[in-house]
Design a binder for this molecule. Structure first.
Ligand SMILES: [Zn+2]
Length: 42
């Protein structure tokens, strides 16, 4: 089962911001579907 999990993460497409479409790093999990810029209110 562990191998399946590894495979799953390896095949994950790069995260993209739902707002500006910019690629996001893994840490972007905390920001949901938008990048830091788009999720930060101005
Ligand atoms: Zn964005």
């Amino acid at each position: 089962m562990l191998e399946n999990v590894m495979e799953f993460f390896r095949n994950l497409p790069p995260k993209q911001c739902a707002s500006c479409g910019e690629k996001m790093e893994e840490q972007a999990e905390a920001y949901g579907t938008t990048c830091e810029k788009c999720s930060t209110p101005e």
